[in-house]
Design a protein around this ligand. Structure first.
Ligand SMILES: Cc1cc2nc3c(=O)[nH]c(=O)nc-3n(C[C@H](O)[C@H](O)[C@H](O)COP(=O)(O)OP(=O)(O)OC[C@H]3O[C@@H](n4cnc5c(N)ncnc54)[C@H](O)[C@@H]3O)c2cc1C
Length: 402
């Protein structure tokens, strides 16, 4: 069986890769590993954010940013396989942004009002607005339906009180899509609503919202805790019906978990790593002359190719109109495992130096390997824990009882 992309999809992927090499990768041009920090999608200092936004604008100008959107919303109705080819090309070259619109655009297209579509879709299509996602709470992660943040209708507004946690990008996003409890008496899945609120306007936080930074072991501010104290949000920002937010949120999560380009991202990282290993010597011996290292790298390469085939299977099923429920969870769970395995292997090959992070003068590759190693622990938690995906595979794939 031949698993190649179709000629037109392969051409798109080649063009996408060349585009990233020209328009992004600062270190491809300078070979300066100090700039490697910019390649991390989680690196969120002002300089990196500005560079990422500029890159997104270039994708808009090229007409690629919303190629996956339906034509009625200004997209190009790109086929699933074209989207796969494009996303792989972007991921392979380590692009910080790929197809645009985030998690909100598809939800608005399906569940949004006419006003919401007119107000937000053009801004999302132009990469003019960033939405953070406020789902998790201190006691509602895997069991998301236990969330307690309360919204009470008051005239034309909802008044919101409570707390979110682990919100990626809340320290720079302008808008926020959140799940809130609107009916505390109803069964837990049926009392939840989905609403958008403005986080900040020209840098100033909305009245009643407080952020507390969460700094992780990479010393990066990636998340925030977000507190609401009588925050007033116009009722027209409600997505879908009141108390039916859970079902709209499932649309969001199904997009968040697809991870179809995961293997390509790691394959690209492996290529970059191999480039470095060709010049790396320990005790006078080139690392790649070590048979054990070579075998481990070859095993990883094979595993990444196998993971890529799963992506192709998911894309193939979607292109036939099938819903890849267990296959999507298999991809997520496998991607989670690779998210730990790849950095752990790279760090171990770099021996004692492998865990030194960004900015350490002794760190190989500007600390890229050590940074990835520290960051890897979030893999298997973000977007839904691996165990939850395994539950789905067990019940929906293997037919095991709950
Ligand atoms: C990188 C990253 C980015 C994130 N970004 C965001 C964001 O932008 N917005 C947002 O809202 N949230 C975000 N989160 C939070 C994330 O969604 C939650 O951390 C995740 O859903 C797990 O919830 P929890 O932390 O409460 O852990 P818990 O749900 O308490 O889980 C703890 C452990 O128990 C296990 N467990 C729980 N329930 C079961 C079960 N039924 N069966 C088997 N095992 C189980 C879990 O697998 C895990 O190992 C992010 C997290 C990470 C790591």
């Amino acid at each position: 069986m031949d698993f190649q992309l179709a000629v037109e999809d392969q051409t798109l992927q080649d063009e996408a890769r060349e585009f990233v090499r020209q328009e992004w990768h600062p270190f491809y041009k300078t070979k300066n590993w100090d700039e490697i920090g910019l390649l991390s999608p989680f690196h969120a200092d002002d300089e990196a954010l500005a560079a990422q936004r500029e890159f997104a604008k270039k994708l808009v100008a090229r007409g690629w940013y919303t190629m996956h959107w339906p034509a009625e919303h200004g997209g190009r109705d790109a086929s699933i396989t074209a989207q796969l080819a494009f996303r792989e090309g972007m991921a392979y070259e380590g692009a910080p942004v790929s197809l645009g619109g985030g998690l909100v655009a598809p939800v608005l297209m399906i569940h949004g009002t006419d006003w919401q579509k007119e107000e937000f879709l053009p801004k999302l299509a132009n990469a003019d607005v960033d939405f953070a996602q406020g789902f998790s709470e201190p006691n509602a992660g895997s069991d998301l339906a236990s969330l307690q943040t309360r919204a009470v209708r008051d005239g034309d507004d909802y008044v919101i009180n409570g707390q979110k946690i682990w919100t990626s990008g809340a320290h720079y996003g302008e808008w926020y899509h959140v799940l809130v409890r609107t009916d505390p008496e109803a069964p837990k899945h049926r009392g939840i609503s989905y609403i958008m609120m403005q986080l900040r306007d020209e840098g100033k936080l909305t009245e009643g919202i407080t952020l507390r930074p969460l700094i992780d072991m990479t010393r990066t501010r990636r998340w925030s805790e977000v507190f609401f104290d009588n925050v007033r949000v116009p009722a027209r920002n409600l997505i879908g019906e009141e108390n039916r937010g859970w079902y709209a949120a499932m649309t969001t999560l199904s997009f968040e978990r697809s991870g179809i380009e995961t293997a390509a991202r790691y394959l690209g990282e492996l290529e970059v790593f191999l480039t470095q290993l060709r010049q790396t010597r320990f005790n006078g011996i080139n690392v790649l002359d070590d048979t054990v290292v070579r075998h481990k790298l070859a095993d990883l390469r094979l595993e990444l190719e196998a993971r890529r085939m799963l992506s192709y299977r998911v894309a193939f099923m979607q292109s036939k109109g099938e819903l890849p429920v267990k296959e999507g969870s298999m991809g997520k769970a496998w991607g989670d495992m690779l998210g730990k395995k790849v950095p752990a292997l790279f760090a171990s090959i770099m021996q004692e130096y492998g865990r030194l992070g960004l900015g350490d003068k002794h760190a190989p590759m500007g600390g890229y390997v050590g940074h990835k190693y520290s960051a890897m622990h979030g893999s298997g938690i973000g977007g839904g824990a691996t165990e939850i995906q395994r539950n789905i595979i067990a019940q929906r794939g293997l037919g095991l009882p709950r």
